[in-house]
Design a protein around this ligand. Sequence first.
Ligand SMILES: Cc1cc2nc3c(=O)[nH]c(=O)nc-3n(C[C@H](O)[C@H](O)[C@H](O)COP(=O)(O)O)c2cc1C
Length: 199
Amino acid sequence: MKEMDTTRTPDFPVESIFVHRWSPRAFTLEPIPEEMIHQLFEAARWAPSCFNEQPWRFCYAITPEELVLFRSLLVDANRIWAENAPVLVIAFTKKNFTASGKSNRHALFDTGAAWMSLALQAMKLGLYTHAMAGIQTDKVYEALNIPDSEYEVICAIAIGKIGDPAQLPETLQTREHPSDRKPQTEFIYQGKFSPDKEE
Ligand SMILES: Cc1cc2nc3c(=O)[nH]c(=O)nc-3n(C[C@H](O)[C@H](O)[C@H](O)COP(=O)(O)O)c2cc1C
């Protein structure tokens, strides 16, 4: 594993894994052992969810045939770099509660929690993740047999060991570094929300 990037500095002390997780585009093609892949999904498995519904669903690709299919579901701007990732995942969510059949308006929130657990577990294992909204969503339902009446496709996730930025097209090489964040003052409100603080 390469040296972790240390250019990010938190304003308050937190576990370094939160700060050092970032989304590279350069991955090595090195396959990830299947045991490790299950460790990632195990981390996702223990995420909290409304009524313990566990609405998250993941389809993953690791074989050459599966990877060809999953790559074809990305938009070109993502395929150009994500085609080096040895694992591709499509994250989707069950829209309604299983017990009541009622709409689960927290399904996306819960699936987001599961994805973050997966992303942090990946860091612990020396792997990196990169989520992608840029997918051909309509195609995904059909290609992966996901009924759109019951499930909502959210995004793809590339997973693998971090690669050499030199392998990327020049325009992407310049963006291959951890980004910064807004200060807390721009997103937390003691007591009531202050819309006037928003831009
Ligand atoms: C749901 C989601 C969708 C994203 N979609 C894309 C995408 O289509 N292409 C891309 O290059 N990055 C995508 N990203 C990566 C974000 O741009 C990135 O997480 C953000 O800029 C923060 O940077 P960091 O993850 O390196 O900390 C996405 C991230 C998330 C969580």
